[in-house]
Design a protein around this ligand. Structure first.
Ligand code: PCA
Length: 222
């Protein structure tokens, strides 16, 4: 019997990244969430989790390697933002590195571009309003954020969007960035790990199913 031609085609993939611990905190919840969703099937897609180092340059080099393997349908990078109390769907990445603290390799770039000569900014291509609605409907705090900061998270977000915009094999890949709160054992505000994992599962499902984002104000309750 001849196997169907698609029999060995890899199932469409979602790449979900988190960061290693940084800034003296021994835990980075972004990596815990990504790990918890590793190998899960969501809307017919296979989730692959990967860790990025909290290091300018090296984080993007690792992300580029991961994107080369075979183009994912969706890429979501997660990072910790202490002080936030909700899953924070980032709208915009800017072409600036301006580090408040040293990264995990001791570097602290000030006012340098992520990509010399690149555009000032990129928008997320995730349906962030629809994702916010769906996560809220699941009873989990979610918000749209207008800034991913200027540290390694924004650096990775900008580098990701620049790649997706300029590499032909990735032209149909959607991508974006989500900041997450601390875990309860780390301080406040916080969210329990299970809630963040479920919120991300719902968010990924929405990003895979909703092609056209909904039009509701960023501050709207629903
Ligand atoms: N958060 C940092 C970098 C790594 C992480 O998890 C940030 O918000 O830039």
């Amino acid at each position: 019997m001849v196997a169907a031609p698609h029999a060995f085609a890899p199932s469409p993939r979602v790449l979900l990244t988190g960061f290693d611990p940084f800034g003296g905190d021994p835990i980075n919840p972004s990596w815990r969430i990504a790990q918890a969703l590793h190998r899960r099937q969501i809307a017919g897609h296979h989730v692959q989790a990967a860790q990025l180092p909290t290091v300018f340059g090296d984080a993007l080099a690792r992300l580029h390697e991961l994107l080369q393997a075979h183009p994912p349908a969706l890429v979501i990078c997660l990072g910790l933002a202490a002080g936030r109390g909700a899953l924070s769907l980032e709208r915009i990445a800017i072409n600036v590195n301006d580090a408040r603290i040293a990264d995990n390799a001791g570097a602290q770039p000030i006012d340098t571009p992520v990509v010399p000569g690149g555009p000032a900014a990129y928008f997320s291509t995730l349906p962030i309003k629809a994702m916010r609605q769906a996560i809220l409907a699941a009873g989990i705090p979610a918000e749209v954020s207008q800034t991913a900061g200027t540290f390694v998270c924004n650096h990775v977000f900008y580098g990701l969007m620049h790649r997706l915009a300029s590499v032909r094999a990735l032209s149909r890949t959607r991508g974006g960035f989500i900041h997450v709160p601390l875990l309860p054992e780390q301080g406040a505000p916080s969210l329990p790990l299970e809630q963040m994992v479920e919120g991300m599962r719902v968010g990924i499902q929405t990003a895979l199913e909703v092609k056209q984002d909904v039009r509701v104000g960023a501050g709207a309750v629903h």
